[in-house]
Design a protein around this ligand. Structure first.
Ligand SMILES: CC(C)=CCC/C(C)=C/CC/C(C)=C/CC/C(C)=C/COP(=O)(O)OP(=O)(O)O
Ligand SMILES: O=P(O)(O)OC[C@@H](O)CO
Ligand SMILES: [Mg+2]
Length: 240
């Protein structure tokens, strides 16, 4: 059951960042987003992750954790599972299979029925995740498409994630990934901050991910991006 196939919109909560004063995870769940993904790069610790899992898990919305290292994996039945990144264009193999091998070696509680991967293509050289993974972000559209095709058809990935974290990306590069993919779901995240940017990126990606906005502007702004994602989906003919 690939639940993300139905998702237009995800809110990504960074456990190292706070919500806007007076706002709660219930407010986040009430924005109309399809799922909450809990993940960040810097400052990821198990207790920070656990605290957010507990708070988000209380509401009727899918909650997945996206660990940035083996130490931030939290096993709990308060979330629906794990979305483990594999960074296609990482400069350090740690972020392709190395950290994954270590995690599997030390963690005896992995539930593979609830554990899935996201094939990341990191595109913003200024993002923490780019330096963290030493990603080669200087890719043109046909290279992005080739990584997307490799993820789906060579590595059997169900999710391809074009990651511009912190900046609004090049829609042509997102479109190139969208056009090449057959059944894999295309996530796009990075710089979505209003109805128009949400609608624009959701025209190319199956699912858009909104992160910084929820921490910087709050749930009213996030709700606008849900609208944009929904309207893009409504305007897009169902793929044959
Ligand atoms: C194998 C296990 C359990 C973990 C390793 C998983 C991998 C490969 C992590 C690589 C880094 C990564 C893709 C992390 C996901 C979370 C993410 C992309 C956060 C975005 O962080 P930024 O927006 O760059 O940084 P800020 O926190 O400064 O906003
Ligand atoms: O924080 P933003 O720029 O919205 O990016 C969302 C997500 O792709 C980050 O991993
Ligand atoms: Mg960020």
């Amino acid at each position: 059951m690939s639940t993300w196939a139905d998702w237009d919109h995800i809110v990504k909560i960074d456990p190292d960042k706070s919500l806007v004063a007076g706002e709660t995870f219930e407010d986040v769940a009430a924005t109309g987003t399809d799922a909450i993904e809990i993940g960040g790069t810097t400052g990821m610790t198990e207790e920070k992750m656990a605290r957010v899992v507990e708070a988000c898990g209380a509401h009727d919305i899918p909650v997945y954790i996206e660990p940035s290292n083996p130490a931030s994996v939290v096993h709990s039945n308060r979330h629906d599972g794990y979305l483990i990144p594999v960074v296609m264009n990482a400069g350090d193999v740690t972020w392709i299979t190395g950290a994954h091998k270590e995690w599997i070696r030390i963690d005896d509680d992995i539930d593979w029925s609830r554990t899935f991967t996201e094939a990341y293509i990191v595109m913003n050289p200024e993002a923490s995740v780019a330096s963290y993974t030493q990603a080669n972000c200087d890719l043109d559209a046909d290279e992005v498409a080739a990584y997307a095709e490799a993820a789906e058809h060579l590595l059997g990935q169900e999710i391809v994630y074009v990651e511009y974290s912190g900046m609004l990306g090049d829609p042509e590069k997102v479109a190139a990934a969208d056009e090449i993919l057959d059944d894999a779901t295309l996530f796009y995240g990075g710089g979505i901050h209003d109805y128009d940017s949400a609608r624009q990126m959701a025209t190319h990606a199956d699912t858009i991910v909104v992160g910084d906005l929820v921490h910087d502007e709050g749930v009213d702004a996030v709700r606008e991006t849900v609208e944009g994602a929904r309207d893009a989906t409504a305007a897009t003919p169902p793929s044959e």
